[in-house]
Each structure stands twice: as C-alpha cells, then as structure tokens.
Design a protein around this ligand. Structure first.
Ligand code: NDP
Length: 489
C-alpha cells in the first residue's frame, strides 16, 4: 500500500517522526526542533471550552422524511411533499455532567436535531422531557448552579439541588419526570424528544399557528433503575456511546416519529393555562398529535470532535415557515446558545463543515478570527449593503407575519396565580403502583444528606401534587432510616 508522506502543518516533509533532535544521544533537545515543538504545542491546544451544560453527548447523522402533510400550517420548505427527505445530524446529551461523566446517570437528556434544509439550517434543540424546571430565564443560571459542583467541596450537592427545587414550585413537573422511570433511559434510542418550547408555524397566507414538536421513539421506552444504573456505570461509563454507535454500525437504525400539536391564537387566548409556559404541556386530549415525519439516524460520524463536539445548535436557527413564540425561556435561548458557540468555537462557528448549511450562504459579515471562507457576497466590491455591485439583497417574500404582542414592560411575577400542581398530578396519576414506588425511591435516594428543613419543604410541595406522592416519598425515606413527618402532624 502506498502511503502519504508525513508533513508538518506547513506541508514540509518529515524525515524522522520517532526521535527528537538532541545534542548527542542523551540530550538536551534543541530548541530548533520545530517538529517536536509543533507536536507539543498542538497537543496543548486539543481541548476547547466544553459546554457549561450538555457537555457529555452522543450523536449521529441521518435523514428526516415527511410522512404527513402540514402545508396548511407552514410554508417551511422541508415539510412540502410527502416523501421529501432532508439530511440531519442529531446530538443527545446529559445536562449536568461534564465531559467524561458516566452516560447512565439520572439526568434530563438533550435531544437536538439540525435539519440541513434548502432554505438554511433549522435546529430543533430540545430535551427528552416536554417541560423544564423553570419558566423564567432569569432563574436559569441559578438553577444550573444548583446542579453543578459546590464551589468549596467541588462535588455535586443534593442539598443545593433540593434547596433550589423546594424554593421553586414551578419545578415540580420536571422533577417528577426526572425522578420517574423516564429520567434514566437505557440508551438515547429509548427516549422521546420534545422541542419543549412553544414554537410557531406560518403559512403562505401569513397565518401563524402555535406549535409543540414531539419525537416519539420507535424503539420503545426502556429505563434503568438507580441500582441497575450503578451496575452499568461500574461496567462501562460510555454505555450510551456504545449503544448508539454500535446500533448504527450494525445497521440497526433508530427511528422516531415527529408529531406536532397545533394551537390557534384564539385557542391560546382561551386556554386555562399559559401555552407559552415551559413548565406546562398541552394536553393531548385538547391538542391532538398530528404526524409530520420520520427521523432516522443511519450514519455514524467519522470524527467525534469535528462533527459532534463542534456541532453547534441554536434555537435562533429557524427557516421561513417556522417561528418563535412569546415563551420567555425560548427567547433567552435564542441569545444564549449562539452566544455560547461564539465563545467556545469562535465567531465563524457556523462556517465549520458540520454547522455550515447545505443551502447557499450569502452575507456581509467580514474578517474576524479564523475567517477561512473569504467573501460571502459573490463579489469583492460588494462588501457593504446597499451596494451597486450585485451583492446579495433581502427577500421580502420570506417576511414573517407579525407576532401578536401587547404589554407594559414590567417585571411580572411569573409565580403569581400559576398552577404548578395540576399537570404533575396528571402525570403522577398515569403511573401504576410500581412506577410510583420507583419514583418515590429515586427521590429518597437523591435526598441523601439533604437537611431536614429542605426535605420538609419539598414534601409539602409533593403533598400539594397528590397526597400519595408526599406519603410515598415519606415511606421511601423511612425505608432508608429517615423520618419525615407531615408538617401538620
Ligand atoms: P395523555 O395520556 O394524552 O398523554 C400522556 C403522555 O405522557 C404521553 O405523551 C406519554 O408518552 C407520556 N407518558 C405515558 N406514560 C408515562 C410515564 N410513565 N412517564 C412519563 N410520561 C409518560 O395525557 P395528557 O396529554 O393530558 O398529559 C398528562 C400528563 O402526561 C401531563 O401532565 C404530562 O406530565 C405528561 N405528558 C404529557 C405530554 C403532552 O405533550 N401532553 C408529553 C409527555 C408527558 P408516550 O406516548 O411516548 O408513551
């Protein structure tokens, strides 16, 4: 086999890749050994800042195929025509653990899909849960801090976690999902994905509809108990990577069905809950699932770093026919995600091959670190806009219909009058006896070492959801040798 000649990064051939250049066989090494210097310097620069959240992830490439006609709701090009296919790349992740954290930890999972559409990239960046812990982005950094390492002990803290949750009743719904069976899926294939936020679709007539996106697993839900997960982690800390990569390598391509729920503006005004509140679902009975398509992951990446670590999703990536909504959390993410990537990957992160659209790109951004793509206007004389030199121009035909907004610019108390318990109650009532027991046991496990007053405050919240919920956790705590009486007793 003829092999390529090894070169330096500057392309000069390398004569010896085994031995440093030294003054005699014992050394010392010579500073002029630019090959050695280059090797060492590159190794020092192999790491980039990891994501503050969702650092530990697994992903693959695949295809999205339209199976249901939603053209009455959206003009989005990728949804036009049954059988229409769009190339995608997906990334799943744990939230709290850093890179190298064990995969099979109880945590929410990120579920993000980049659709390389003919009108630009659409990123649906959600989770495996339909809701979230907080509804106001002002709380997000505090929430994440409570999940991360304690500044003094440098260990994750059950106390911080339950302190924050017990002081934030809006977290009840997501806490219940996290502590239930679906809080610890066996593999990324065995979970649903949700856009979580309310988004919008708009059609050629300029009508806007509010929507939720749901990916339902075709592999079935499968979970680990806390005990099982300990054994899995003891055997293999990379169990998700092994399962996803292995399945695709073996030709067993995981699939999900994409559905939407749709709500008109009139329905949104009538709803007895806030449809833009990220701690709430839209009940299926009132807003039925409408089938849209099939997501299939069918190709492993060749290079984890360039294709998964540098893969950058942002809810700011929408395409004509898809829009945002008044959801406060969504709006903050529209800023924060792209900002995070500019910080960790650089200004031109969307020009990296994995992030670059398959659709033509034409913009006037110029210069900046690592600009390797030159002009994106088609003509060096067209470097500002408007210009007379044939540079790209706006296209009013893709103008979004206006958002129906009205308001007073105040800091409204997001907790005032909000019902934080009915939806977690509906979920608790879906669980059979064994699921309830596992839920309560998982909570009791996670309360290990948490001070009594914090446990009591959280139990009072569970009591408000369902009497059996609070009592179930008390029993699970008692089984672990902790007594936690009802406040009224
Ligand atoms: P439905 O009975 O119509 O829907 C229940 C939903 O819950 C289904 O999406 C189902 O997902 C999911 N589900 C079923 N069993 C479990 C479980 N053991 N753990 C977690 N999720 C489960 O009822 P509603 O739409 O009125 O919702 C009732 C409650 O269900 C909500 O308060 C919410 O907590 C939860 N839920 C609702 C969703 C929604 O978008 N409406 C989505 C997910 C959960 P699947 O079909 O994949 O099994």
């Amino acid at each position: 086999m003829s092999r390529n000649r090894l070169t330096t990064t500057a392309g000069a051939p390398v004569a010896d890749n085994q031995n440093s250049q030294t003054a005699g066989p014992q050394g010392p090494v010579l500073l002029q050994d630019y090959q050695l210097l280059e090797k060492l310097a590159h190794q020092n620069r192999e790491r980039i800042p990891e994501r503050v959240v969702h650092a530990n992830g697994w992903g693959a490439r695949g295809t999205f195929t339209v199976t249901g006609d939603i053209s009455r709701y959206t003009r989005a090009d990728l949804f036009q025509g049954l059988g229409r296919q769009t190339e995608v790349i997906a990334r799943f992740s744990n939230v709290a653990g850093e890179q190298g954290a064990a995969d099979a930890e109880r945590d929410v999972r990120g579920f993000a899909v980049k659709f390389y559409t003919d009108e630009g990239n659409w990123d649906l960046v959600g989770n495996n849960t339909p809701v979230f812990f907080v509804r106001d982005p002002y709380k997000f950094p505090d929430f994440i801090r409570s999940q991360k390492r304690h500044p003094r002990t440098n260990r994750r803290s059950n106390t911080a976690q339950w302190d924050f949750w017990s002081l934030s009743p809006e977290s009840l719904h997501q806490v219940t999902i996290l502590m239930s069976d679906r809080g610890l899926p066996q593999t990324p294939m065995n979970m649903n994905g949700y856009g979580s936020h309310t988004f919008s679709l708009w059609n050629d007539q300029g009508e806007r509809f509010w929507v939720k996106f749901h990916f339902k697993t075709r592999q079935g839900h499968a979970f680990f108990t806390d005990e099982e997960a300990k054994a899995v982690i003891g055997e293999d800390r990379e169990s998700y990577q092994k399962a996803l990569f292995g399945a695709i390598d073996a030709g067993q391509f995981p699939k999900w069905t994409l559905y939407i729920q749709v709500m008109s503006q009139a329905e949104a005004e009538r709803a007895d809950f806030d449809p833009f509140d990220l701690t709430k679902v839209w009940p299926h009975g009132d807003y039925p699932l409408i089938e849209v398509g099939e997501l299939e992951l069918n190709r492993n990446v060749d290079n984890y770093f360039t294709e998964i670590e540098q893969l950058a999703f942002s809810p700011s990536n929408i395409v004509p026919g898809i829009g945002h909504s008044p959801d406060k959390m969504l709006q903050a993410r529209v800023f924060a995600y792209a900002d995070a990537h500019r910080y960790r990957l650089g200004t031109h992160y969307e020009a990296l091959p994995v992030n670059a659209p398959k659709a033509p790109v034409a913009h006037y951004h110029k210069d900046g670190a690592m600009n390797f793509f030159g002009h994106k206007t088609g003509n060096p004389d067209a470097f500002y806009e408007p210009n007379s030199f044939g540079g790209p121009v706006e296209d009013p035909s893709v103008k979004e219909p206006p958002l129906p907004l009205a308001g007073d610019g105040d800091r409204h108390d997001h907790r005032l009058g909000n019902d934080d318990v009915s939806q977690p109650r509906a979920l608790f009532e879906l669980f059979d006896t064994a699921e309830r027991e596992r839920l309560c046991a998982n909570i009791a496990n996670a309360m290990d070492g948490v001070p009594d007053e914090i446990v009591a405050r959280q139990l009072a919240l569970f009591d408000r959801v369902h009497a059996d919920y609070g009592d179930g956790v008390r029993q699970a705590l008692a089984a672990r040798g902790r007594s936690a009486r009802k406040a009224a007793e």
